[in-house]
Ligand binder design. Sequence first.
Ligand SMILES: Nc1ncnc2c1ncn2[C@@H]1O[C@H](COP(=O)(O)OP(=O)(O)OP(=O)(O)O)[C@@H](O)[C@H]1O
Ligand SMILES: [Mg+2]
Length: 252
Amino acid sequence: MPHPVPHPVPHPVELRAVSRRYGTGERAVTALDQVTLDFAEGTMTAVMGPSGSGKSTLLHCAAGLDRPTAGRVVIGGTETGELDETALTLLRRERIGFVFQSFNLVSALTAEQNVALPLRLAGHRPDPAQVAAALAEVGLADRAGHRPDRLSGGQQQRVAIARALITRPAVLFADEPTGALDITTSRTVLGLLRGLVDRHRQTLVMVTHDPAAAGWADRVVFLADGRIADEMADRPGAAAIASRMSVLEAAA
Ligand SMILES: Nc1ncnc2c1ncn2[C@@H]1O[C@H](COP(=O)(O)OP(=O)(O)OP(=O)(O)O)[C@@H](O)[C@H]1O
Ligand SMILES: [Mg+2]
């Protein structure tokens, strides 16, 4: 009997020569320039680089929030370029979680209502036990009935993380998730994110300016002028990341 040919398991997200240009003519900006990257399952990747280097653009393209002007983004084996807006929205709802620097909670809704929102948007009736478990996972079981204005910044970001995880996304993207938090609160949020990777094999991609935050990641990708300028693997640690950053900044 011939051996079955092993089916290659696609990475949760694959980018192939992805470019994103804004505008046309003389004013055109190339925010991303032929970026090829994979995000492997159960790993945490930090994306670093100077302001304007294309980090947010990279995240938005990889998450299906924005479309590249050239190249391919493959989410869970699906070519996103072949999907219309509705199909892309459905794929994103099903497979992608996104956390923003500014939390983006709905101010009129309680923590548990915010967490349940993605399920409602997908047309499901939220299971209260599932919502409670998500809040417990981020350490906020006792804050379920609080509105965002009665929560600290770190607590709001933890609600936003619970909301992003409620659909059990294949990939969680976070754009400077600790950018608005102090050092102690940042550490709590980063420990939470790292725990999701270690305990649930969550795939996580995080933009950060902070070498200490990137020090929690397994891999660091450095962008400059929309291109990959460098990469460090094997959980390089904050000190090594900081010195690599200063070399890259000196070269810029
Ligand atoms: N909607 C847009 N229209 C025009 N240009 C844009 C748009 N969004 C981003 N850009 C440009 O693309 C480039 C990359 O922007 P991006 O937001 O990805 O950078 P970033 O690395 O996330 O920066 P920061 O660290 O400041 O958040 C910048 O030159 C920016 O001005
Ligand atoms: Mg940005």
